[in-house]
Design a protein around this ligand. Sequence first.
Ligand code: NAD
Ligand code: IPM
Ligand code: MN
Length: 355
Amino acid sequence: MFKIAVLPGDGIGPEVIEEGLKVLSAIEDKYKLKFDVKKYPFGGEAIDKYGVPYPEETKNACLSSDAVLLGAVGGHKWDDLEGDKRPEAGLLALRKSLGVYANLRPAVLYPPLKEASPLKNELLQEGLDILVVRELTGGIYFGPRGTVAIDYGFKAYDTEVYQTSEIERIAVIAFEAALKRKKKVTSVDKANILDSSRLWRKTVEEISKRYPDVELNHMYVDNCAMQLIKNPSQFDVILTSNMFGDILSDEASQLTGSIGMLPSASLREDKVGLYEPIHGSAPDIAGTKKANPLATILSVAMMLEYSFDLIDAANDIKDAVNKVLEAGYRTFDLGKGIILNTQEMGDKVVEYVKG
Ligand code: NAD
Ligand code: IPM
Ligand code: MN
């Protein structure tokens, strides 16, 4: 029996997680499976209850599970806490403790959402299917940082650090993924400025020699941000660092209609994974039932695929999402259509999963 630790978190986190779990139980019924699903406090909710964002009980549960499903964390209430005490610090600790260094963020345009994309239709002729492979447990998120008093005010610093082995293993993930797709990797860096990027580029070049069938090109991150809008169909797999991947995946998500559409899987060598929508806790819409649960529902599909090898079940969810959108149902972030609230959208997906 697969064991799943569920961390609903803050803001819209618990709202979208509820819908993800609904769909998971529809899959249980359909395929006569039984998942062991338990919720644990995490993020701001855990700070309020236990004073820390990633309590021991939650950590033990996550470390002994087959998969972790996360909503989102953070909110204004905790914004003034010191950096290492914030909900977001708990998220970094979670990723690090699980060792999930490979964050896959598929930016896929579901055909019925063409009108919801801000791109002109002519740019979407070939559809849009980009896999952002984001390094997740290194880089500037984890390098030395600090704030020190100086003569006038303060000096604050954060450090981008990458070592060869970290770049190699994420590059392998990107090339392997490309082999199963259009066989193209675009490695994104800032090698015209940063030493860490020059090591990144050199290391990716070395790994690429093992993959003669995969085309590799390099692109500076500023150009990539622009090219995503100018000509998104040039991309297949985007391989990049923790910070650049964070930014570029939010940008890519909007090309697919909304950030509320983008799921993610964070993986390591074995089958254990962390699954979460790429969006945050959206305090501006929390409690209004406006949150789009599809990113979380699609994260459940990624969990079924990557951690449990339940490919048919994963495809059922993706098909159901497409059918729901084809039938004209939308959450408010997706523009015109039959507007549903968060729960109604979850119910619709369940209806189509059942078939
Ligand atoms: P956000 O992703 O929460 O929201 C950005 C914008 O997108 C908002 O206008 C929001 O309403 C909208 N949005 C996000 N998800 C949506 C959904 N499912 N449906 C419809 N609209 C959606 O980013 P932010 O506002 O910069 O950050 C809010 C808080 O979330 C901060 O505390 C931040 O640190 C945290 N955050 C957490 C995670 C995470 O837990 N993985 C990710 C990003 C941000
Ligand atoms: C994300 C978020 C997180 C990140 C924050 C909340 C730590 O933006 O998952 O994309 O930057 O990784
Ligand atoms: Mn982000």
